[in-house]
Ligand binder design. Structure first.
Ligand code: F6P
Length: 364
């Protein structure tokens, strides 16, 4: 009898439950395998046994359509930097990685399947180096892992952003306004680029192509000069102007502060006003709507393939690797290769070329 532990770490993402379901079903199909889940990633292991739950076909029935993760998740479960709050309220960071590896072995797990983004994969790699058998499954709406062409959750996030652009186009047109939509993506512009093309925005600002605010203003004015204009702008949260005056990122406190002020969308409005843009501008930050809710069909299918592959690797003892989807094939790469590079939009790619070909300005 083999025992496999599954956990979900980092931010949630549509499709996590579909991966969990596929892992459990594949194990059931194999027979002689028990699957367990750890609540809130590695934190559950450190709080074992009460936060280690048995996952059966019954537990996972129908969960592939649900958003979030039935196991819960956290961005604060790194066993190498585990934060504890002492009785006096002080917060201390300690390394509990050895204890973690020991507990996994003590509980008799043959493998840990860790579903997470680049941060989770880095933790998995470090634990693997300490002797823990692990298989990684990539997850992020940002699609920014270079080892895989697509991460599940991305297509669902793009659909959500596209639906938002569709709605904002009609209100911008009715009021002859400029409407700026800020979307997620960390340091990558994938969600912005796809939703700008799909929704028909006039301007798309992404981290990979720093923009010139005068060029953005000119594009807006050219639309207004050609009659009763309106403009839809999609801006990625990591976008930045050539002069470096915007620094809105959400991963630090300053970034969160910017977000409360409306993030880069709000700052873009200020920049446009500063260079004399007279248009009536509104901003919207789409935020976590992009991450919640049911995964679309593509993400369910991709997540299912990842889950099946991860379980097969776990059973075969093919550890220290992450499942990938490359050139239409489900495969795997070492955790080292999985975490060494990000996947960013190539400004010279056909996708950017096509966007420019239909008149989308990147403000460059
Ligand atoms: O990595 C996924 C993501 O949604 C990014 O697009 C975004 O920058 C970040 O997570 C938001 O994190 P949080 O949920 O902690 O605000």
């Amino acid at each position: 009898m083999k025992k496999i532990l599954v956990l979900t770490g980092g931010g949630d993402c549509p499709g996590l439950n579909a991966v969990i379901r596929a892992i459990v079903k594949r194990a059931d199909h194999e027979g002689d395998v028990e699957v367990y889940g750890s609540i809130e990633a590695y934190s559950g292991v450190l709080r074992a046994p009460q936060e280690i739950i048995r996952l059966t076909n019954k537990t996972v029935a129908g969960i592939h359509v649900k958003g979030g993760t039935i196991l819960g998740t956290t961005t604060k479960s790194d066993p190498f930097n585990f934060t504890i709050t002492k009785e006096n309220g002080e917060v201390e960071t300690i390394d509990r990685s050895d204890e973690m590896v020991h507990m996994i072995k003590e509980m008799g797990f043959n493998c840990v399947i860790s579903i997470g983004g680049d941060g989770s994969q880095r933790i998995s790699k470090a634990l693997f180096d300490k002797g823990m058998p692990v298989v990684g499954v990539p997850k992020t709406i940002d699609n920014d892992l270079s080892a895989t062409d697509y991460t599940f959750g991305f297509q669902t996030a793009v659909q959500e952003a596209t639906d938002a652009v569709d709605k904002l186009v009609s209100t911008a047109e009715s009021h002859h306004r400029v409407i700026i939509l800020e979307v997620m993506g960390r340091s990558a512009g994938w969600i912005a680029l796809h939703s700008a093309i799909a929704g028909g925005a006039e301007i798309c600002l992404i981290p990979e192509i720093p923009y010139d605010i005068e060029a953005v203003k000119e594009r807006i004015e050219s639309r207004y000069n050609n009659g009763r204009g309106f403009v839809n702008i999609v801006i990625a949260e990591g976008a930045k102007p050539k002069d470096g005056s915007i620094t809105a990122r959400k991963s630090d406190e300053a970034g969160y502060q910017n977000l409360r002020l409306g993030g880069v969308a709000y700052q873009l409005t200020q920049q446009l006003k500063n260079v004399g843009c007279k248009a009536d501008i509104r901003e919207m930050v789409l935020g976590h709507l992009q991450r919640g809710g049911s995964p679309n069909a593509f993400d369910r299918v991709l997540a299912t393939q990842y889950g099946v592959k991860a379980m097969e690797m776990a059973l075969a003892g093919d550890f220290g690797k992450m499942v990938t989807f490359k050139n239409n094939e489900i495969s795997s790469v070492s955790l080292e290769a999985a975490t060494e590079a990000y996947n960013n939009v190539d400004p010279l790619s056909y996708l950017v070329h096509a966007a420019k070909g239909i008149g989308i300005s990147f403000g460059d």
